[in-house]
Write a protein of this length. Structure first.
Length: 301
């Protein structure tokens, strides 16, 4: 039987399966070197071919932005600064730092005060915090003093039994509840105000206590008793004003509330504490005493 002649053109570029492959040579495929040639992206530049094993050629494909024609033309900051608001009026003479592709515009300057100092938020309080500290010590110390007089009889005070008797004679009802409430409000609120802890609530408790004391003394005798002999409400009126001021101003930064908003920027919470203190004082007076404390004063006759 005769063998059929093989077509040399059919076997060109590929080894026959029976042809042994040299040891260590890479395995190749007819698809490793495509015959199609890609056109050059630069238009007129000829495609460069590199020789490969097996007498095959491979195109050098573009890899960089410059070869692909993508090199950006980004203007520098010095060329476009007139289009940036405020940049053209800048008084600085330092050249802006440039980069390989673009320039980063500088940050706008921080507004300064007339004396050249940089303005910082809530930084200029002066002696305000020191003044609020002294105010708290005066208010808290005064209430603690009166509370110890009633609770323990210190500083020539009446003691618990004496204050119960005095309140009962003054028309107070349920003195077994009213007297402890009075002492707790003065001692607890006074200590908290002095150290500046939970100041709106503590000041509100002191305001309610002193408002009840004011109404009690005012209602004993008809007429306005601000400077009356033996029944003056002058001290109570001053303490009402001081506690109200402390609620509305906050304790300041020299306090345990220094990280709270009401320490330096009191607003709705402190206003709510002020209103709640007035309502609590009126309701307590009506329930535990009764009567009209404004009898004999103008339209309240």
């Amino acid at each position: 039987m005769t063998e059929k002649p093989t077509d040399p053109s059919a076997e060109a570029g590929a080894a026959t399966p029976d042809t042994p492959r040299p040891t260590g040579s890479p395995v190749r495929s007819p698809f490793d070197s495509p015959t199609e040639q890609f056109p050059s992206v630069s238009g007129t530049q000829a495609t460069e071919k590199l020789p490969t094993p097996g007498n095959q050629t491979t195109e050098k494909l573009p890899r960089t932005d410059e070869e692909l024609g993508l090199d950006p033309e980004v203007p520098l900051y010095s060329q476009v600064k007139n289009a940036i608001p405020g940049a053209a009026n800048s008084t600085t003479t330092e050249p802006s730092p440039t980069y390989s592709f673009a320039s980063i515009p500088p940050a706008p300057p921080v507004p300064a005060e007339g004396n050249g100092r940089v303005r910082r938020r809530d930084d200029r309080r002066g002696t305000l915090d020191l003044g609020l500290l002294l105010l708290r010590l005066v208010i808290g110390g005064t209430f603690v003093y009166h509370g110890l007089q009633k609770a323990a009889g210190w500083f020539h005070g009446p003691g618990l039994d004496g204050i119960k008797t005095a309140m009962e004679n003054g028309g107070w009802k349920h003195v077994d509840i009213a007297a402890p409430m009075l002492i707790a409000g003065e001692l607890g609120g006074g200590v908290l105000v002095a150290i500046g802890l939970a100041t709106p609530l503590a000041s509100g408790a002191l305001l309610a206590v002193i408002l009840d004391a004011w109404m009690w003394k005012q209602g004993m005798v008809p007429g306005f008793q601000y400077s009356a002999k033996g029944n003056s409400v002058e001290l109570e009126s001053i303490l009402v004003g001081l506690t109200t001021v402390l609620i509305l101003t906050g304790p300041g930064r020299l306090s345990f509330d220094r990280n709270r908003g009401w320490s330096s920027r009191p607003f709705m919470g402190s206003l709510a504490a002020f209103v709640a203190a007035i309502v609590a004082a009126i309701l307590t007076y009506i329930y535990l005493h009764g009567g009209n404390p404004l009898t004999g004063i103008g339209p309240f006759d």
